[in-house]
Design a protein around this ligand. Structure first.
Ligand SMILES: O=C(O)CCC(=O)C(=O)O
Ligand SMILES: [Fe+2]
Length: 191
């Protein structure tokens, strides 16, 4: 697990710095913040469920990360397709890793990158394991929308945030299927 996490972290940093480069924003301050950032590893274990259509493994959410890299032992991850508002299953491809944008990069890119709305479903035949590595900046490092991406045609759409702000939100709010989405609380009112 240690070696896997180390390698996934290297991959995550490479993808995140490339995504920053593609946006054409100044990487001078951002790259060291990404390289010194946090990796939270969620290991999810879903036992077989006799009536999977009546339950969910993980309710719909977006990840509080810049980027998430996920390994799944069998299919079960579903993402919301914003084109037609339906859930689409992410196929299980042995050895493949799924890369999702998280809330941080939606804020940084002023909405050019969209945080992925996703959920974990259950099945009635076999235990499923997923390992999600969530990469974010350090606890008190603020993520803010890149000034290069804000102009008269594209006003700033999000307020700045840190991982600690997210933890405070979790303590003070109801989360889960009926709860508030943290990403929505980051959107500025005039958008
Ligand atoms: O099990 C899955 O496929 C989803 C896991 C997930 O979304 C998470 O750990 O944040
Ligand atoms: Fe997730």
């Amino acid at each position: 697990m240690g070696k896997f996490s180390e390698e996934v972290m290297k991959l995550g940093i490479e993808i995140m710095t490339t995504l920053v480069e593609i946006l054409g924003i100044n990487p001078t301050n951002l790259t060291p913040m990404i390289e010194n950032g946090m990796q939270v590893v969620n290991v999810n274990c879903y036992p077989p469920c006799p009536q999977p259509e009546l339950a969910l493994g993980i309710p719909p959410h977006s990840d509080y990360s810049c980027l998430t890299i996920l390994h799944q032992s069998s299919s079960g991850l579903e993402i919301m397709d914003s084109e037609d508002n339906t859930w689409k299953s992410v196929p299980h491809i042995p050895g493949a890793l799924q890369v999702n944008i998280g809330d941080h990069f939606e804020v940084l890119s002023n909405g050019l990158y969209k945080s992925v709305w996703h959920r974990g479903t259950l099945n009635n035949s076999k235990r499923r394991i997923s390992i999600a590595s969530l990469f974010s900046l350090r606890m008190d490092d603020k993520v803010e929308t890149a000034t290069e991406l804000v102009n008269d045609q594209n006003p700033k759409k999000y307020r700045e945030t840190s991982f600690r702000d997210f933890l405070n939100f979790l303590v003070n709010n109801e989360v889960g299927p009926q709860g508030k989405s943290y990403r929505d609380t980051l959107k500025l009112k005039n958008n």
